[in-house]
Every structure is written in structure tokens, then in C-alpha cells.
Design a protein around this ligand. Structure first.
Ligand SMILES: [Zn+2]
Length: 408
């Protein structure tokens, strides 16, 4: 069976939030003559897009000029994240952020909140109201950061535990234990994070890994006993199934093999990696090592919430390494591949009957230039590829979450 399937005149049958049928429209309508039909002529229905790593508070500082990772955090990200101590501010930002995701066709995301528990309440409340499948967590950071963003090992453990009890597995929500990165956590805090990871094995672990050379040097200095950056996380019990590591740019083959063996996943953030000048993700090496890999925007290091644009950036990053990314593969990295990276492939990621009905409708005529370019296009691969280069939210005609059309 082919890895992709396309129906020229297709029908997706949805019932009670789930996909119950997929196939040729004429055949399926014969089987389901009474089903009400919504038509999208000339458009393409694809699975809802999945963003494997994004910071919701950083929509406030997206597109901030001129720094590489560590300076960018200090100059832009940390001051902005301090605002999220204010629950009302966090609530309003969470509403804006999730509407923006849906507007861009993203139906699931793995989200960094801030160190403040109220920021996690904000994003989960907003996701629950939209019935979105969403993973999020409180950031853990107790050193090398401004005082207003510092927790400590005890509060990190207690606050996370309370948030897990309150939100994990509620509706479509899932909790991620979220140490920001090894640079900003003490040994004691990483021990606490590892304890949570073993006490709640069906939660996620979500953090950053090997993004920037200066960051890697800092980790090597802070953990002189470690054999690599990944070794630090592994040492504290944070490399396991459902561990998601953003970036994974500067890794050795040993680290990739270790990630694969222990079930960790990589979130590829090409827009962010170019913007912050961090490096180029080696997809071939990750595939060779059989590491689960999904695509991610990493806003605000990334410059767009659009996963279509992010697919386009992934293509360019791979071109620079003489690797080729077919359009169907790019879509896979933002749908079923991303679902596998997040261990949600039994629920979302494609349009197979039995999956939850998260899907979007792509409109080739969303912009003047996409309409002109795609007027004569017949092959779905050609159409999809051009959309990854040209499209933005104007090419998303509709977003459906759990079978419900979203009005955003
Ligand atoms: Zn990030």
C-alpha cells in the first residue's frame, strides 16, 4: 500500500467527532445516502496540522531582531514571559494564540507555557473550550534566569504535580513536564523533573536539545561529568517514551541511536533555526537512526505559526544539505509523523476511519499568486508543494476540530 492516498472526488464521513468513512464520494454516498454533505470544490482536504514545539507566550515577541539563542532569550523572551504572572494577561494571550493556530490549520500542538502555573491554566482552559487535542506544561527553570521567572526544585515539583492532577487526560488535553533546557535547571530541579516523569509515565517530557553551540558549551561546563547534552537528560530520567526534544541540531550518531532506543522524539524547527542562526537539521541522519521526528514552528524563535510555511522552510534547510524533501513527506512530518513523534498516532495524524476528526481544507485560490500558479495544476503533489512555498493562513479555507468547524 502506498504511503499516501488521494481521492480526486473524495468524501470524508464524520460522526460524533470521529472519522467513520473515507473514500470515493460516489461510492460512499451510495452507502450513506442520508448523510448531509458539505462541499469544497477544487480544494484539498488534509489532516489537521500538528506543531510539535511552540511557545504560546512568545507570540508577543515573534520577529525580534538581531540575536542568537542565549542573547535572544535574555533580551526578548524572558522579559516577555514575565507578563504571564498576570492570569488575565495569560488568559487573553492563550485565546489569541489558539485562534491563530486554528486560523493556520494547526489543530494540535505541544506548547511551552511560562514558569507561572496560571499560564498553564490559561492555555488548557482555552484548548478545552475549543476541544483541541493539546499538550502543554509549566516551564521549570531555577537558575541562569531573571528572578521573576525563577522557581525552585520544590515548587517546580509541587506546581507540576497539581497541574498534572488538574489537567492531564482531561478531555483531549495532555501534560508535559517541561524543563526549559539543561542550562536553566539545577541538578536538584532535574531530579524533581525525573521523579515526575517516572511517577506519571503517560505524561510527556518536553524540552530543548542541542540548538546552539554556545548553549552546548554551557551545558558541558555545568555538567562536566556528562558525555553529551542528551546524556544530561538521560541521567535524570528525562529520556523516555513521550520525551520530545526541540531542535536536535548538533548531535552525534551515538546520541541519535540512544534517542531511538529509548523512544525519544525530535521536533524539527527549521524557521527558528534559520532565524536564530542555530544550524541545519539533518533529517537523513535522524531517519537513518529511526528517531521519531515531527515538524514544529518554535514561535517566537520561529517566524510564523503556519505549518505550511514551516514545511517550506524545512525544504530549504534540507536543500542546503543536498537532501530532498518531497511534498508528501513534508506533509507527513506535520501530520502522521508528528503524531508518531507525540505518540498520538492512534488518535490523530491522518484521515483513517476511527481517528478523531481533525482536518483542514486547503484552498489553492487563497491568494492571487497561489491561484495563478495553481490554475493548471493537476497532480496533488505539485499542488501541495507549491502551497508549502506560497501558502499562508489565507489558503486555509476551513479548520475542523473533533468534527466541528471552527469560526476563526
Ligand atoms: Zn523552543
Amino acid at each position: 500500500m502506498s504511503a499516501t492516498q488521494h481521492f480526486e472526488d473524495g468524501l470524508l464521513v464524520v460522526d460524533d467527532g470521529n472519522i467513520v468513512g473515507l473514500g470515493d464520494a460516489v461510492e460512499l454516498l451510495a452507502e450513506n445516502p442520508d448523510v448531509p454533505v458539505e462541499e469544497f470544490p477544487g480544494m484539498l482536504i488534509v489532516p489537521g496540522l500538528i506543531d510539535c514545539h511552540v511557545h504560546f507566550p512568545q507570540v508577543d515577541i515573534i520577529a525580534s531582531h538581531g540575536e542568537q539563542l542565549l542573547d535572544w532569550l535574555n533580551r526578548y523572551a524572558y522579559p516577555c514571559e514575565m507578563r504571564y504572572a498576570d492570569a488575565a494577561y495569560a488568559d487573553a494571550a492563550a485565546e489569541f494564540f489558539l485562534d491563530a493556530l486554528l486560523h493556520n490549520g494547526t489543530t494540535t500542538a505541544a506548547v511551552f507555557a511560562t514558569v507561572h502555573p496560571q499560564s498553564v491554566d490559561a492555555i488548557f482552559k482555552a484548548a478545552d473550550a475549543r476541544n483541541m487535542r493539546l499538550i502543554a506544561g509549566k516551564v521549570l527553570m531555577d537558575r541562569n534566569c531573571p528572578e521573576g521567572l525563577c522557581d525552585d526544585p520544590v515548587s517546580a515539583y509541587e506546581d507540576s504535580k497539581q497541574l498534572i492532577e488538574r489537567w492531564h487526560d482531561k478531555g483531549r488535553l495532555g501534560y508535559a513536564i517541561t524543563p526549559r533546557f539543561a542550562v536553566t535547571s539545577s541538578d536538584e530541579q532535574l531530579v524533581a523533573a525525573g521523579r515526575l516523569a517516572s511517577e506519571y509515565p503517560d505524561t510527556w517530557v518536553h524540552t530543548h536539545l542541542a540548538e546552539n553551540q554556545e548553549e552546548i558549551d554551557e551545558v558541558a561546563e555545568q555538567f562536566p561529568w556528562s558525555s553529551s547534552y542528551l546524556d544530561v537528560y538521560d541521567h535524570f530520567g528525562l529520556l523516555r517514551e513521550r520525551s520530545v526534544f526541540a531542535h536536535c541540531l548538533h548531535l552525534g550518531d551515538d546520541d541519535r541511536a540512544r534517542m531511538s532506543e529509548q523512544g525519544g522524539a525530535a521536533a524539527v524547527c527549521p524557521s527558528s533555526n534559520l532565524f536564530l542562526g542555530s544550524g541545519l537539521f539533518d533529517l537523513r541522519a535522524m531517519n537513518d537512526a529511526s528517531v521519531r521526528t515531527g515538524l514544529a514552528t518554535d514561535v517566537g524563535g520561529g517566524t510564523s505559526l503556519s505549518m505550511l510555511r514551516t514545511m517550506g522552510e524545512a525544504y530549504k534547510v534540507l536543500q542546503l544539505q543536498h537532501q530532498n524533501l518531497p511534498a508528501a513527506r513534508a506533509l507527513y512530518l506535520a501530520t502522521l509523523g508528528a503524531a508518531q513523534a507525540l505518540r498520538l498516532e492512534d488518535k490523530i495524524g491522518n484521515l483513517a476511519p476511527g481517528k478523531e476528526a481533525d482536518f483542514i481544507v486547503l484552498d489553492p485560490n487563497g491568494t492571487d499568486i497561489s491561484a495563478r500558479r495553481l490554475a493548471e495544476t493537476r497532480s496533488p503533489d505539485e499542488l501541495l508543494f507549491a502551497l508549502t512555498m506560497l501558502a499562508d493562513d489565507r489558503n486555509i479555507a476551513a479548520t475542523f476540530v473533533n468534527g466541528q468547524r471552527q469560526s476563526v
